[in-house]
Design a protein around this ligand. Structure first.
Ligand code: MOS
Length: 754
């Protein structure tokens, strides 16, 4: 089935925040963000801005009716700076005017006198200063200190990954509208309607039932709107209450890039030990997470780094420690993979370095240490592993022997172009690691004409979740999908939702839809039995028709629905789903946090231009563990997009803050994302089809985040290519591996002859 949104998208009919028809009297907001990264406001002059033509109001912290606080996990993030500013772009004031232009001009007339303080942008420096968001976290398995003595090879090193701009096509924004009876409706571009509702409630002092947070769809989220949509919604709602008129703020791209946090940069130290057969016995790793100026989701992201620090490998002795370091960058936040990719990069770096030191192929070490079913993750959960199955299928299907032969042959016959080949296995746990978040609700109505309405807490952001929800309802009822409409979500329709995140949205909300539809179906079957005078026979609904004991009856879906209505049987159901069997004790770092894991293996081939440092990604060949895909078109789209986004993070996307904490890469001319020319020339995706009973909806494993990590393979393939040209290069593990860095590596300590 095609994505139900595709026609609307192509015709430009899909409604994003900025497409909502304006209500008469709507005002426009613009935020005034701190011009410096760290300091104390000594004076704030808004008088000239207030006098600017068209300006209705300039709001500051003094206008807050509730608490000046929007921190989700830890209350450490004021909506408006009072005295202390701790990142560049931190909101100090909010101008509200009759036009966007007037609001932005007013912002230009606000004057703040800020006494500067020292700025820290490096997480190791922050850690050394004791600036931690939460106490350090450690995951342990076995006894790493004892294990070193058993190791034949021990390799140590450092690995760094940079941040990543979310670059959703639709920027952040909100539109707050006063309704009657003290109710405010806020249209928000958020992955987390309930998080917005809580934040707005806190700042305005209004109870949650007075706030309807409505989300039609997002033009991309990628984690950037999991927590950071709260700010704009709170600003608009506050202004809306203060002036009694609708207020909208849809961020210009540069404001969005400057004011919002990104993927967390990490700096890490590793030590890895192997026996003579290249079995990894011990792994010790320390992660320094650059959290930015406030907690945001950093503690949860940090935890997922620990969960995924051994990627697809079984290592019997592990000690992984992670520091969430407070710096003066905008609070960094969720980004597809949620800390997992940062953890996986380090173990892959450790294996790559070991392979280089020992002069063996990294793939030999990788393959020898893949997880097997029953192996224990450092957090105590046993693996149900598809790691070998994916790897082996990739080797066979893509004929790795021939591929290697091609790469070696090419490298022998070319002096100024070199190819590299890497394997990237991925293992990603599915569930929110905070157990309580693994719950969802659905509301299903069947109307008397037989049409069906479905609403859940799922936010459609391009990932195709609405199509999957529709498929669930149509499958349970066994009716034409054209009879089902999936409604957009809002906190008045569905309450207390978890964010659409953690790759778990289709699973959680899909299960709730399945339960709601099953409840209605049960009643409909009872009605059918009465109508058809069947006692004890088996009643089924198949393709819109009632079947009795394996034979089609004359009663179709529409007649059945109407008969139920006439008999005063409920045609609506609200269902609640909570993932069973999961638990995790953060104080021990042990439990069974994930419903299941997604596995996969990618083989990456690159070609490097050794004169210029430029490169192309020739191919990414994947065997991916789909379980049983519900929608192969959508799932393949997720994998292709994930690979390109992961490769972008690893190769060209360079978030650059200067020493004063100012973002230099604040436009698309200075921040480069993959375009069609830098995307892989070919992506092959083959399924590892498994039918194991798992907790995924219709056994279709989650697909949102795991494929991003295939992109990490691009980094290591490029490293191979650099070393093929210059074996003596002393390369650091530092992503992104931009063409500039590749060029430096190509000529590092190299004796160049004419
Ligand atoms: Mo996602 S990074 O779990 O919003």
């Amino acid at each position: 089935m095609k994505n139900i949104d595709s026609i609307g998208h192509v015709r430009g009919e899909s409604i994003y925040l900025d497409d909502i028809p304006l209500i008469q009297g709507t005002l426009f907001g613009a935020a005034y963000g701190s011009p410096i990264a760290h300091g104390f406001i000594r004076a704030l002059d808004i008088s000239e801005a207030e006098r600017h033509p068209g300006v209705v109001r300039i709001l500051t912290f003094r206008d807050i009716r509730g608490e000046n606080q929007i921190g989700g996990i830890i209350p450490d993030e004021p909506l408006f700076a009072e005295q202390h500013v701790h990142f560049c772009g931190m909101p100090i004031a909010f101008a509200v005017a009759v036009s966007e232009k007037a609001a932005r001009e007013a912002v230009g007339k606000i004057k703040a006198e800020i006494e500067p303080c020292p700025v820290v942008t490096d997480p190791r420096e922050a850690q050394a200063n004791g600036e931690l968001i939460i106490p350090p976290r450690t995951f342990r398995l076995g006894d790493v200190d004892q294990a070193w003595s058993l190791c034949t090879h021990i390799v140590e090193g450092r690995a760094d990954t940079n941040g990543q701009e979310h670059l959703y096509i639709e920027t952040q924004g909100a539109y707050a509208i006063p309704l009657e009876n003290g109710v405010i409706r806020v249209h928000s571009s958020t992955q987390a309607p309930t998080a917005v509702q809580r934040a707005v409630s806190k700042v305005t002092g209004l109870p949650m039932h007075a706030l309807d947070i409505a989300v039609n769809r997002l033009g991309g989220g990628f984690g950037g709107k999991e927590d950071q949509a709260n700010v704009w919604a709170a600003l608009c709602a506050l202004a809306c209450i203060q002036v009694g008129r609708p207020v909208k703020y849809s961020l210009p791209r540069t404001d969005d890039m400057v004011m919002t946090g990104k993927r967390h940069p990490y700096s890490s130290d590793f030590k890895i030990g192997l026996d003579k057969d290249l079995k990894i016995l011990a792994y010790e790793v320390t992660f320094y997470q650059n959290a930015g100026a406030a907690a945001d989701l950093s503690p949860a992201v940090l935890e997922r780094t620990l969960f995924h620090c051994t990627n697809s490998y079984f290592i019997p002795h592990v000690r992984a420690t992670a520091y969430s370091c407070r710096t003066h960058l905008p609070p960094n936040t969720a980004f597809r993979g949620f800390g997992g990719p940062q953890g996986m990069f380090v173990i892959e770096a450790a294996i790559a370095k070991t392979a280089e030191v020992l002069g063996v192929d990294a793939a030999v070490i990788q393959k020898r240490n893949l997880l097997r079913t029953g192996d224990e993750f450092p957090y105590g959960q046993p693996a149900e592993s598809e790691a070998h199955a994916c790897w082996q299928k990739a080797e066979d299907l893509y004929d790795v022997v021939a591929l290697r032969g091609e790469v070696e042959g090419f490298n022998k016959s070319n002096r100024l172009f070199k190819k590299g080949l890497s394997f990237m296995p991925v293992c990603f746990g599915i569930s929110f690691t905070k157990t309580l978040m693994n719950q969802a609700r659905a509301l299903v109505h069947v109307y008397t004409d037989g049409s069906v309405s479905v609403v859940t807490g799922a936010v459609e952001m391009g990932q195709g979740v609405n199509t999957k929800m529709l498929q669930v309802a149509a499958t349970v009822f066994s009716i034409d999908p054209g009879l089902v409409k999936v409604q957009s979500t809002s906190t008045y329709k569905i309450a207390n939702t978890s964010p659409s995140a953690a790759s778990a949205t289709a699973d959680l909300n899909g299960k709730a839809v399945q339960m709601a539809c099953t409840g209605i179906l049960r009643r409909l079957k009872e009605v059918a039995a009465l109508e058809l005078g069947v006692t004890g026979g088996m009643i089924e609904l198949k393709e819109g028709v009632v079947w009795v004991d394996g034979a089609a009856s004359a009663m179709d879906w529409k007649k059945l629905v109407l008969a139920a209505f006439v008999r005063r049987v409920s045609l609506s159901e609200h269902a609640h789903y909570a993932t069973p069997g999961i638990h995790f004790d953060p104080s021990k770092g042990k439990g069974h946090p994930f419903a299941y894991h997604v596995y996969g293996t990618a083989i990456v081939v690159v070609t490097l231009d050794c004169l210029r440092g430029r490169y192309t990604i020739d191919a990414v060949k994947v065997v991916h563990d789909f379980g049983v895909s519900m929608n192969t078109l959508i799932d393949r789209g997720q994998i292709e997009g994930g690979i390109v986004q992961g490769a972008g993070w690893m190769t060209m996307e360079e978030v650059l803050y200067d020493a004063s904490g100012r973002l230099r890469s604040n436009t698309l001319s200075t921040y480069k994302v993959p375009d069609i020319y830098s995307a892989p020339s070919a992506i092959s995706i083959e399924a590892l089809h498994t039918e194991r009973d798992n907790l995924a909806i219709f056994r279709s494993k989650a697909v949102g985040e795991p494929p991003l990590m295939y992109g990490i393979g691009v980094y290591f393939a490029l490293r191979q290519a650099i070393r093929a040209f210059n074996p003596s290069a002393d390369l650091s593990f530092s992503a992104p591996l931009t063409p500039e860095k590749a060029l430096m590596g190509l000529y590092d300590k190299k004796h160049v002859t004419a």
